[in-house]
Design a protein around this ligand. Structure first.
Ligand SMILES: Nc1nc2c(ncn2[C@@H]2O[C@H](COP(=O)(O)OP(=O)(O)OP(=O)(O)O)[C@@H](O)[C@H]2O)c(=O)[nH]1
Ligand SMILES: [Mg+2]
Length: 285
């Protein structure tokens, strides 16, 4: 039986930890068991129960305080993640060997982890060896997506994670509840984007003549191949959360191997049943 995992990624403060705790609560209402592993060695607090916590293995503070290393917060985090990649047996031990389990990995917010460092790819390959089907969940704060040039940079960040990890990926715009009614209307344009008309919009930011060809090529890539799409995520909207979960489940084929319940057997009826005769028999008896 396969095991299932979501790799919850995204820029700093995009709502990864909140997403994890929302998903845990939502799954409880569906009577599904979902566990969370904290992979952020700099995490201070989160409000979900953890199955495993990378801070048991290594903490950013310890790395920064180490006289021989002398790292700052970002270098420290990269060091921690590389240390983690060299010690996957810690994760194996913490995860155990439960078949059919469903685990969310709450990742750190440093974007370089998803764009050019090999750690996350190594983690994905390791999880796949342990028979996990892994879906990338890339979160971007919706408040940073309501203008064309910001949207394109969000799309590029999501795309580089998709390209480097080579797993199914569901992209999500978080914190939809914080948008003003005007911004909510505006954001609809970005949930089903028409990149070519976006290039023609009022702002001059993406219409610089010098980069026109490049902008057009990027917009064309996104539009023509429908490579990147975003789903809205409002933590107060159960229906919306369910839609996101269904997309993710579908991408990792969750549920396909679950036990199929046989329908109750119906007593076989004679092929040429004559109802009139039956009613007549009953009436006579
Ligand atoms: N209103 C609202 N606030 C949210 C939502 N998601 C996250 N937040 C808030 O945004 C802040 C950051 O959320 P986190 O879940 O810690 O974000 P993160 O991506 O885990 O952050 P790092 O781990 O530091 O990268 C917190 O104050 C959350 O309460 C949301 O859907 N709605
Ligand atoms: Mg977090």
């Amino acid at each position: 039986m396969p095991r299932y995992a979501q790799l919850v990624m995204g820029p700093a403060g995009s709502g990864k930890s909140t997403y994890c705790s929302t998903m845990v609560q939502h799954s409880e209402t569906l009577n599904r068991s979902v566990q969370v592993v904290n992979l952020d060695p700099a995490a201070e607090h989160f409000d979900y129960p953890v199955m495993a916590d990378i801070r048991e293995l290594i903490q950013v503070d310890d790395v920064m305080e180490d006289e021989s290393l002398r790292f700052g917060p970002n270098g420290g985090l990269v060091f921690c993640m590389e240390y983690f990649a060299n010690n996957f047996d810690w994760l194996e031990e913490s995860l155990g060997h439960v078949e059919d389990d469903y685990i969310l990995f709450d990742c750190p917010g440093q974007i370089e982890l998803y764009t050019h460092l090999p750690v996350m790819k190594q983690l994905v390959e390791q999880l796949q060896q342990w028979e996990f089907r892994v879906c990338g969940v890339f979160l971007v704060d919706s408040q940073f997506m309501v203008e064309s040039f910001k949207f394109i940079s969000g799309v590029m960040a999501a795309l580089s994670a998709m390209v480097s990890l080579e797993i199914p990926q569901v992209n999500i715009m978080t914190k939809m509840d914080l948008l003003s009614p005007k911004a909510k209307k505006e954001i609809e344009k970005y949930l089903d984007p028409d990149m070519y008309s976006m290039m023609e919009d009022g702002s001059n930011t993406i219409r610089s003549k010098k980069f026109k060809k490049l902008t057009k090529a990027i917009c064309g890539l996104i539009d023509d191949y429908s490579i990147v799409r975003f789903l809205p995520f409002d933590r107060t909207d159960e229906e919306g959360i369910n839609i996101v979960l269904q997309h993710i489940d579908f991408s990792i084929q969750y549920g396909e191997d679950l036990e199929f319940k046989e329908p109750k057997e119906v007593e076989e009826q004679p092929a040429n049943l004559n109802y009139d005769d039956i009613f007549q028999d009953k009436a006579n008896s």
